[in-house]
Each structure stands twice: as structure tokens, then as C-alpha cells.
Design a protein around this ligand. Structure first.
Ligand code: MG
Length: 160
């Protein structure tokens, strides 16, 4: 059995009157995340983490934000495709751990639903998907509610 670890990081601006997708769930908030796709920073960070673990490049190399095909894209589709590429190399996901940095709204009540959605995309049990959240204590772009940042790590394994 061989193990590989990957790391992902993503940031999106928050602006008023935008949809706010996070972990495949639509949040109720006066601001939302801005991006070429649906701007789901949690799914993007996890996508980069599994791609990185398999040394398959990054989300931008597979789904360029200059490509009109990905305008408004559902990030669940992108994560599913990344998982397909990881699986093609013979890997399965062991677990994912993530930290959402966001001043508002509070998101932990949605964590079980997010874990379930991500687990289904990655082909693992929801218990293998950890989601944590922190504010930035009112400091920096997260603290000013100008943006969201997400960190994620993923462990993958294969029988080689
Ligand atoms: Mg992104």
C-alpha cells in the first residue's frame, strides 16, 4: 500500500447579491463568492488537494478560468472529474481534512451536509471528510468579510 498526501488552498472574493456556494451547499447570506465557476472555495481546495496528492497538476490546469465551458460551472462536476483522474492512476481517497476561513455567516451547521456531498463525490464514507471553520478575528480580507479562504489536505492510497 502506498500513501500520498496533497494540499489545496483557495480564495474567492465575497460581494453582495451573489450566490454563495460552499461544499456543494448554497448558503443564505447577503454576500456570495465571486468567480468564473460557482466559486465554491471548499470544493476547489479539496479538488486541488486530491490532484496534488496524485501529482496531477492543479484545478486551473484542468479547468481553466479562461475557458467559457467552465463559466458558472458546478464545482461538484469539477471535483467528480478530478476524482476520476485520481482513480485512473489507481488511487482511492483515505481522508480529507479542511479549514474554512470565513467571518460570516456561521457555516458549521451545514458541515454534515457538506461532508455527505463531498464523500459521495470522492467515493468514501462521510466520516472520512472533516470540515472545520474559523473566523480571522476581524483581521485581513477574511476579517473584513471581503473574501473566503479554504485550506484542505487529502490522503490517497493505492495497492502498489
Ligand atoms: Mg476557486
Amino acid at each position: 500500500m502506498s500513501f500520498r498526501v496533497g494540499f489545496g488552498y483557495d480564495v474567492h472574493q465575497l460581494q453582495e447579491a451573489q450566490d454563495f456556494w460552499l461544499g456543494g451547499v448554497q448558503l443564505e447570506h447577503y454576500k456570495g463568492a465571486v468567480g468564473h465557476s460557482d466559486a465554491d472555495a471548499l470544493l476547489h481546495a479539496i479538488t486541488d488537494a486530491i490532484l496534488g496528492a496524485a501529482n496531477l497538476g492543479d484545478i486551473g490546469s484542468h479547468f481553466p478560468d479562461t475557458d467559457p465551458q467552465f463559466k458558472g460551472a458546478d464545482s461538484k462536476v469539477l471535483l467528480r472529474e478530478a476524482m476520476r483522474l485520481v482513480s485512473e492512476k489507481g488511487f482511492a481517497v483515505a481522508n480529507v481534512d479542511s479549514t474554512i476561513c470565513l467571518e460570516a455567516p456561521k457555516v458549521m451547521k451545514h458541515a454534515p451536509q457538506m461532508s455527505q456531498i463531498i464523500a459521495e463525490l470522492l467515493g468514501v464514507d462521510a466520516e472520512c471528510i472533516s470540515i472545520k471553520a474559523t473566523t480571522s478575528e476581524k483581521m485581513g480580507f477574511v476579517g473584513r468579510e471581503d473574501g473566503i479562504a479554504v485550506y484542505a489536505v487529502a490522503l490517497i492510497h493505492r495497492n502498489l
